[in-house]
Design a protein around this ligand. Structure first.
Ligand SMILES: *[C@@H]1O[C@H](CO)[C@@H](O)[C@H](O)[C@H]1NC(C)=O
Ligand SMILES: [Zn+2]
Ligand SMILES: [Zn+2]
Length: 476
């Protein structure tokens, strides 16, 4: 509690629609300025030293300090340029202090941190909220040795919640506008936690209050950063309206500050040690219309179809709609990239995901507890080291696993491998040429992917009915 910092953003959407009244009484300007200086330029005890001079003006050097910090002309007066900036939406963590971290520089003494999204806002879908939080964490994860994993129960290092008004931490929220959120610096208990004021209109785009940007700034506080006086920094105290969200990145100032606490990510030093090693091309976003495109895995998910490639998947909500590209880690932070296979069991509302000799179970964006498990728990012999592709037949709860030239059949009801397997793929799926990268079931057909080719297989006629390009589903 000692380092409790309130993170208030002043009347964000309201102020923008509320022009600064030039005729504002000098007195109300002074009251406003006094409050502002108390809140953001008096740290703890200094607040009590706030005095008004005989002429009624607040302490000139506090104004000067603020002007210096915000990059304004240092006049020591509440001129109109100063007042205008003071009315801008901002973060409520005080600006004074010469360090970029909290007093005493609390930082996490470990590099692996957990977070938990305790509850959600009604303003955005859970998916969009999860994605905003994950992307906010990623910004910091990419430039430090820190890693984050999500937990669904118990106490996480960073507990994230949405609350209104009094929410039992002595810092009640204030309804729409003004205070938007607050974050606590590193430490046990409430420290590290982030609270969002759910009376704000949270958005994933350019209207209202952008959750990703506010979350990214607050995560900076949760990791121990203080404000920067560099206007380009994410940790600058004034809220900036987003301009280009897809290309948003940390400034060098943010990177330097966080690396002064935690150092650079290990991979950076690896790259410096082996300067000739090129950055693997798979870190690039795959091009869905590349004629050579192949998939790692394909699965359905609650009526949608997901096409996995490297760190991404294309998500088709309906097969006749344009696909969206999504980072796997934005949807399932604890899943690896470059998956081998994925399939949905509708009756269990579960998608199983395979990589190497492990597999995971997910329900929507939620990971099931108790995973990853070894693929050998499914009954594969030790010679099978990985799965190429899999799908579960919606008709009979039989799951087909494709490995090299062979396939196995697993019974989801009895949870065991069917007898008489493996069999040769060419024997029961004539016309389908292994090796299979991915497979899924749709419209009563099985769609097999092998490199840039795709086979539409009719299980009743037991024949390939069409040969297609792999990316035919992506509208190419
Ligand atoms: C969300 O969780 C926080 C923290 O436990 C709590 O204060 C708040 O009331 C919860 N909000 C809702 C809508 O349940
Ligand atoms: Zn802040
Ligand atoms: Zn709170």
């Amino acid at each position: 509690m000692k380092y409790l910092i309130i993170f208030v953003l002043l009347c964000l959407p309201v102020c923008l629609a509320y022009p600064l009244d030039k005729t504002m009484k000098k007195d109300s300007n002074l009251n406003f300025a006094q409050k502002y200086l108390e809140n953001y330029y008096n740290f703890g005890i200094e607040m009590k030293n706030f005095v008004r001079r005989n002429d009624g003006s607040p302490v000139v050097n506090q104004i000067q300090e603020m002007q210096r910090f915000l990059g304004l002309k240092v006049t020591g007066k509440l001129d109109s340029a100063t007042l205008e900036v003071m009315h801008k939406p901002r973060c409520g963590v005080p600006d004074v202090g010469h360090f970029t971290t909290f007093p005493g520089s609390p930082k996490w003494r470990k590099t692996h941190l957990t977070y938990r999204i305790v509850n959600y806002t009604m303003d955005m879908s859970k998916y969009a909220t999860d994605s905003a939080i994950v992307r906010a964490l990623k910004l910091w994860e990419e430039v430090t040795p820190l890693t984050f994993s999500r937990i669904y129960e118990g106490e996480a290092d960073i507990m994230i919640s949405f609350a209104v008004r009094d929410h039992k931490d002595f810092y009640p929220f204030d309804g729409p506008g003004f205070s938007l959120a607050h974050a606590y610096p590193p430490g046990p208990g409430i420290n590290g936690d982030i609270h969002f004021d759910d009376d704000e209109q949270w958005t994933e785009d350019y209207l209202g209050t952008n959750l990703y940007l506010v979350a990214a700034h607050e995560v900076g506080h949760s990791l121990g950063l203080f404000h920067s006086n560099n206007p380009d920094a994410l940790m600058y105290s004034l809220y900036k309206e987003p301009t280009d969200l897809t290309h948003f990145h940390l400034s060098q100032d943010d990177v330097n500050s966080i690396q002064s606490l935690y150092g650079p990510p290990p991979s950076f030093s690896d790259i410096t040690m082996v300067p000739t090693e090129p950055i693997p091309p798979k870190s690039k976003k795959p091009d869905m219309c590349d004629p050579e495109l192949s998939f790692d895995a394909v699965s359905t998910l609650r009526g949608e179809t997901l096409f996995f490639k490297d760190r991404y998947f294309w998500r088709k909500i309906r097969l006749d709609q344009k696909p969206q590209i999504v980072l796997i880690s934005a949807f399932w932070p604890s899943l690896p990239s470059e998956l081998d296979a994925a399939y949905e069991v509708n009756s269990k509302d579960t998608v199983f995901v395979f990589k190497g000799n492990q597999f995971w179970a997910t329900k929507g964006s939620k990971m099931e507890a108790g995973y990853p498990r070894s693929i050998h728990t499914l009954g594969f012999p030790p010679t099978v080291k990985k799965i190429d592709a899999a799908f579960s037949d919606k008709e009979n709860s039989k799951t087909y696993f494709f490995v090299g030239k062979k396939y196995w059949r697993f019974d989801e009801n009895s949870q065991s491998m069917d007898k008489g397997f493996p069999r040769l793929i060419t024997e029961n799926f004539p016309g389908v040429v292994p090796k299979i990268d991915a497979v899924f079931q749709e419209f009563g057909f099985f769609y097999f992917f092998s490199g840039s080719s795709q086979f539409e297989f009719d299980p009743n006629a037991k024949m390939v009915t069409q040969k297609l390009k792999t990316n035919s589903w992506l509208g190419c």
